[in-house]
Design a protein around this ligand. Structure first.
Ligand SMILES: [Zn+2]
Length: 265
């Protein structure tokens, strides 16, 4: 997977630099963006740094970014920004507001960190979304001029945000194939469960179809034969024309009666 990452805007003080509130957008896009690049590279992603630090204007900055992104085929282009204007939470801009999985996961993962999920919005009018060839998303992490957002951001740290966004980018790979060891473990688990179901089905079958003993022969359990014979001999049980018609419970009853009789002798 090849991903282009852009730390939004030029650096602080330059033309095209970002919003400033309790924190500076330009500084924090770099803190999050470079953590994100490191995080993705550690996980085997080829990362193209599409950050432009200096430009004579906002237009030049944006053109530079898009040129860097379009220099090679990318699977995804991600631009990191911070919002301003006094709202709260995270929002993600995509072309036509398309709700692709990685964009949705950014919102969901940031929500797990405690940021309000402002959802996916239409970013077709944003230069870096419109002009990049690859599928693109622009992440507005949180608001630089809202105290509670900045406090949460500082608590979570740029690395935490980078990890949330990084996991979202990797999200489509989470359904990776099982390793051989996982496959064997799963196969064993299924075999164990199947064996237990077999035992249960057997028990249910026995309950629904109780064994009936009509004769004192080898079919009757040995532990019951003497007792049953004694009961027959003493007229306690009487067979019908078809035999004794004894189930397991009746066998046990014969045994109890027989032992009681023996103990009284
Ligand atoms: Zn911005």
């Amino acid at each position: 997977m090849i991903v282009g990452i852009n730390c939004g805007h030029t650096i602080s003080g330059q033309p095209g630099s970002g919003a400033v509130g309790y924190i500076s957008e330009s500084s924090e896009t770099r803190a999050v963006g470079y953590s994100l690049m490191y995080y993705l590279r550690e996980r085997g992603v080829t990362v193209i740094d599409c950050t432009n630090d200096r430009a004579s204007s906002t237009q030049e900055n944006l053109r530079e970014i898009v040129d860097m992104a379009n220099r090679q085929p990318l699977d995804l282009f991600v631009s990191i920004h911070f919002n301003s204007g006094g709202g709260r939470g995270t929002e993600v801009y995509t072309y036509n507001g398309e709700r692709f999985r990685q964009a949705e996961l950014v919102c969901e993962n940031m929500e797990k960190l405690g940021f309000i999920n402002r959802g996916i919005k239409n970013g077709s009018n944003l230069y870096v979304i419109r002009r990049t060839n690859a599928r693109a998303m622009l992440v507005e992490v949180c608001f630089v001029d809202t105290r509670s957002d900045v406090d949460l951001y500082k608590k979570v740290t740029a690395q935490g945000v980078a990890q949330a966004i990084g996991d979202a980018i990797l999200g489509e790979d989470f359904e990776e194939e099982l390793t051989m060891a996982q496959y064997e473990e799963l196969k064993k688990l299924i075999a164990d469960q199947t064996a237990r179901v077999d035992v249960l089905q057997n028990e249910v079958y026995k309950l629904q179809n109780p064994m009936i003993y009509n004769y004192i022969d080898n079919n009757m359990p040995e532990w019951a034969r003497t007792a049953v014979k004694w009961c027959v001999d003493n007229g306690i049980i009487v067979g019908t024309g078809d035999g004794l018609n004894l189930d397991d419970t009746k066998l046990w009853t014969c045994v109890v009666i027989y032992r009681l009789a023996m103990s009284l002798e």
